[in-house]
Design a protein around this ligand. Structure first.
Ligand code: HEM
Length: 376
């Protein structure tokens, strides 16, 4: 395995390799290391050789040019156990089972038509209701089960996978969006003006309003650029020997694509650290997997199949929060931007905001409670 030209990387310790260099925020530590060693960098994480990709160009090479070679997942011990030996979609290594499961889920659950068919459920969802989008979704899985001959365990795994992938990512995106808006009241006002002008006195924002809410869409894109919940995507694993750039990469090498670093690359983004939704005005860059500068949902064979559903829910929830309330920081509270890593990257401390009920220009009532986002 030592033959050939390996990608550059920092020196390693015996046994640990580079594990000690990852720290608590691996997307930040690998970003720093990549500035020294380049956008294709080899780390040795214990026994596991890992390529970290940190530029749009190298991401294109790995995820598009070598899509088929890099579309497996490493057989991680935790997910293996939780998924009854990989009966899920997200962590199962590439093969026949994944292809079949993914085909069914994309056709039956995630297509644009399906997402639209859940519109009324999305719009009526209420906290006190026992019937919500998840119930519709689970019902679909159960119906499918009755007609399919697959085991209940397989279905349970798909449901677990999807709940994890769907709930955490969407909630984190909402939290980061509200955090950035609270830091930039002018952006929040502009979004509220757009929403309230479009929705008027209808009482709530519905899916049909979204074609006109272009600034809101820019806010969501900008949030996902700065705060993609899956900062390194889900881990990939090579299935064959390939060349990336001039370097040799062997089978069973783990691949982490640092989409967080790509979203802050100063060669792509002007003032990359600034939250500036206007940068997407008349800018063709989108997050649907065609533009390697912005990959919060990944791309190619393993692209997030829940992208349409995820964005529909985030748009609706965020638009309604901004339509119904003005938001103020309670006095003495400062916004903490520190991150916390689990499978996804969230905000370390809860965001505390004060809602002020907006009904119309001349009828405003002051909210009585602080709403905490995060740390649930
Ligand atoms: C803001 C919302 C979301 C974000 C940012 C997000 C992001 C991602 C990312 C980065 C991946 C890995 C892609 C790769 O390896 O290239 C992924 C995979 C996945 N996501 Fe999402 N996701 C979101 C919402 C959802 C929703 C709502 C669902 C389901 C209803 C979902 C279901 C899945 C599944 C099943 C996979 C595994 C796909 C596979 O390995 O074939 N996600 N997601």
């Amino acid at each position: 395995r030592k033959k050939g030209k390996l990608p550059p990387g920092p020196p390693k310790l015996p046994i640990l390799g580079n594990l000690h260099q990852l720290g608590a925020l691996p997307h930040r530590s690998t970003w720093k290391l990549s500035k020294k060693h380049g956008p294709i960098m080899l780390l040795q994480l214990g026994a596991i050789p890992t390529i970290v990709v940190s530029s749009a160009e190298t991401a294109r090479e790995v995820l598009k040019t070598h899509d088929l070679d890099c579309c497996s997942r490493p057989p991680l011990a935790g997910p293996k156990r939780l998924s009854y030996n990989f009966l899920d979609i997200g962590f199962v290594p590439y093969g026949y089972y994944w292809r079949e499961m993914r085909k069914i889920c994309v056709a039956e659950l995630f297509s644009m038509k399906r997402v639209q068919s859940f519109q009324s459920v999305r719009e009526e969802r209420r906290l006190e209701s026992s019937f919500n989008e998840q119930d519709v979704f689970f019902q679909k899985v159960i119906d499918d089960h009755l007609n399919s001959g697959r085991t209940m365990q397989e279905h349970e795994d798909i449901v677990n996978d999807i709940s994890l992938a769907a709930i955490d990512t969407g909630a984190l995106t909402m939290i980061w969006a509200m955090t950035e808006l609270a830091r930039k009241p002018t952006v929040m006002k502009k979004a509220q003006y757009e929403i309230r002008r479009c929705v008027g006195k209808k009482g709530k924002v519905t899916d049909n309003d979204f074609n006109q809410l272009q600034y809101l869409k820019m806010i969501i894109k900008e949030t996902l650029r700065l705060h993609p919940p899956a900062v390194l995507l889900l881990p990939r694993e090579t299935v064959s020997q390939i060349k990336i750039g001039n370097y040799d990469v062997y089978p069973k090498t783990r691949i982490a694509v640092n989409v967080w670093a790509i979203g802050r690359d100063p060669d792509i983004w002007k003032n990359p650290e600034e939250f500036l939704p206007e940068r997407f005005n008349n800018n063709p860059i989108d997050f649907k997997g065609q533009h390697f500068e912005l990959l919060p949902f990944g791309t190619a064979r393993r692209i997030c199949p829940g992208m349409n559903m995820g964005t529909a829910v985030i748009e609706l929830a965020l638009a309604n929060l901004l339509y119904h309330f003005d938001w103020k920081l309670p006095s003495g509270v400062e916004i903490d931007m520190e991150e916390e890593v689990s499978i996804t990257v969230g905000k370390r401390s809860a965001l505390k905001l004060m809602p002020i009920n907006y009904i119309s220009e001349d009828d405003k009532t002051q909210g009585v409670a602080e709403i905490q986002f995060g740390n649930f």
